[in-house]
Design a protein. Structure first.
Lengths: 268, 91
């Protein structure tokens, strides 16, 4: 079984995780910019982080034969500070042409505040100005439904944004329909304690189909499972889905989305 | 999948989770002091499970969700607690 991990925060993971993923069939990993678990001290910390995502981490992944791609942004958890956000937004363009960068992400909302929304809108403008793909983080738990609606409205308000070039991640049963109906890609995140389980993800695939959907582990520094995607593939197989159906969701769909960026090479 | 196959594959797991939910509610009842809005929301979500509808997962998620439309003024925390403070209130 081959698969692409389209959302993994590998800077937080061990080399054992790289080895486990590759030996489970992972053919490429894509890493959106994320919150460190604590607020960074200033804009230069972000420059260091973006360098890590575009220089160091690809080299670490290459030691396991794994192509590594990244997405650049200020994560919504740190978007309440508009001064910091403005400074980081001036740094981001320096990194958008790096050889492993696929686009702007994971942008979005966290608590659905006015400042977060303002920073999201600026990121969307930046992506439009630089013709970048967009990867969107939707809020957690009680904030997800409202935040997803606000995010879709913000994207629709920028006329240069094409929905087929945006992935709205962390969808669940109460948000997946609005995302797909408005022409966006939907990402399902497989987490042990929140977001969605493998069984629920496969339920949603059976209900909504496999068009414009991918799955990811979003493995990071918290409770998360780097091999969540292959575990979900096993769930599909046990339900009787054929190998082509599974391959489409786990490999060809993420490959099709990210191939809209010329820097993405479909893994052999 | 056929219903029988679904039961064969998922019944024990769902039974296990349901008993965990029951034990959680027992634990809360044994506890002392007042409960906050999350318990009311939880009871409202449990009520959804008894409804004969094909979208119970969506309905449960909606019970816990913020139903308002406008951005909040300021994010004074970075975390989420799992239920909207206004959810679960008796109408």
């Amino acid at each position: 079984m081959r698969y692409i991990e389209p959302h993994g925060h590998m800077v937080s993971r061990t080399t054992d995780d790289y080895q486990a993923m590759v030996t489970s069939g992972c053919a490429a990993v894509c890493e959106p910019a994320f919150w460190a678990g604590f607020d960074r001290g200033g804009p230069e910390s972000f420059r260091d982080y973006f360098s890590q995502l575009t220089e160091h981490e690809p080299r670490r992944a290459a030691k396991f034969g794994l192509p590594h791609y990244s997405w650049i942004c200020l994560n919504p958890k740190e978007a309440e500070d508009l001064g910091l956000a403005r400074e980081v937004l001036t740094i981001i363009p320096e990194f958008l042409d790096r050889p492993n960068v696929l686009g702007v992400g994971e942008i979005g909302l966290n608590k659905n505040s006015r400042n977060e929304l303002q920073v999201l809108e600026r990121h969307i403008e930046l992506a439009a100005e630089h013709d970048q793909l967009i990867l969107v983080h939707t809020p957690h738990l009680e904030d997800k439904r409202k935040g997803t609606r606000l995010i879709l409205d913000a994207l629709a308000a920028e006329s240069r944004i094409r929905p087929e070039r945006c992935i709205i991640d962390h969808v669940e049963e109460h948000t997946i329909r609005m995302v797909l109906d408005e022409g966006y890609w939907a990402g399902m995140t497989l987490y042990p304690e929140s977001k969605c389980s493998a069984a629920r993800a496969v339920d949603m695939l059976e209900i909504y189909g496999t068009e414009r959907i991918w799955m990811n582990s979003a493995c990071d520094w918290g409770v998360s499972v780097p091999k969540a995607v292959p575990y979900a593939m096993l769930e599909m197989r046990l339900r009787g889905h054929d190998p082509d159906w599974i391959d489409r969701v786990a490999f060809r769909n993420p490959s099709a989305f990210m191939s809209q960026c010329s820097r993405f090479r479909i893994p052999e | 999948m056929r219903r029988q196959a679904i039961l064969d594959r998922y019944f024990l797991d769902a039974r296990h989770k349901l008993i965990d939910v029951a034990a959680f509610l027992d634990r809360v009842e044994r506890g002392e002091g007042d409960a906050d809005f999350r318990l009311a929301a939880f009871h409202q979500a449990v009520d959804v499970l008894r409804e004969r509808r094909p979208d119970k997962a969506e309905a449960v998620l909606t019970v816990f969700s913020d139903p308002t439309d406008e951005p909040i003024a300021v994010a004074d925390t970075q975390g989420a607690c799992g239920a909207w403070p206004g959810s679960g209130k008796e109408s």
